[in-house]
Design a protein around this ligand. Sequence first.
Ligand code: PLP
Length: 286
Amino acid sequence: MDSRQTLNDPPDVPVVLAIAGHDPSGGAGIHADIEAIVSQGVHPATAITALTVQDTVDVRRFVASDPQLVMDQALAVLEDMPVGAIKIGMLGNVALVEAVATVLARYPEIPVVLDPVLVAGGGGPLADAAVAAAIVEHLFPRATIVTPNAHEGRVLAPEARDLQERGAMLSALGAEYVLLKGGDEPGEKVENWLFGVEPPRRFVYERLAGKFHGSGCTLSSAIAGLIAQGSDPVNAVHEALEYTHQTLMYAAAIGRGQLVPHRLFWADDDGVTEMSDEPPGSSRVH
Ligand code: PLP
């Protein structure tokens, strides 16, 4: 029997819809999402929320997309494909947050990975306080998992006195899980904390030298890709952290600024390298 799929077969390729901004450097944003989702063996569909002007050093400006256009892009995908998870990245204004919330309300069963992007890797703003508040109000309650870095965690839960309190406060905002990342904190180790499990779980990595452009996009998209394949969120976080750490170990100084994660490292060496291969000098700590 011919095992090739025909036009009439049901699709067996899982799909992630990434709703995020475009970064012309290819380090972060939708490029990062596409590469990370492909790396999980998942089809990446996209809706573009903004065009940014930036390089690997910092963001210069951005133009937010028309909210109706973003809704139409997302709905075109959702009405056409069996989307297994939605990843949300940069949303440049309140109208876009509301538009995305409207789309999500029509598909309450689809898991949502929300990366509450507020700043670019170089520190330049990609959202203001009103956007942060709208994300909390409209998107947190709908999220399966939110993935703030330390800076975003402080902005979103300003009253918290320490990390544990911050995790608890962010969890109380309605997402099932909160992954509080520590890549932007000082220290020899990078500590990432997952809240929503009891007790909260810590994932520790040796800090790699250099600053990275698009590590958060990579991680959240990999989580979405794994969830779209049926992984439970806790396993998805663990596997996606391992994958992201590898992309950082293979990161390259392509521009003058932050290093660009090598998300397709597994395709090097004539395609014979497996994703599970340890990169040279791997320094994971568990
Ligand atoms: N989304 C867009 C469009 C960006 O340009 C950036 C950073 O420049 C980000 C998200 C966040 O990047 P990171 O993964 O480094 O936090």
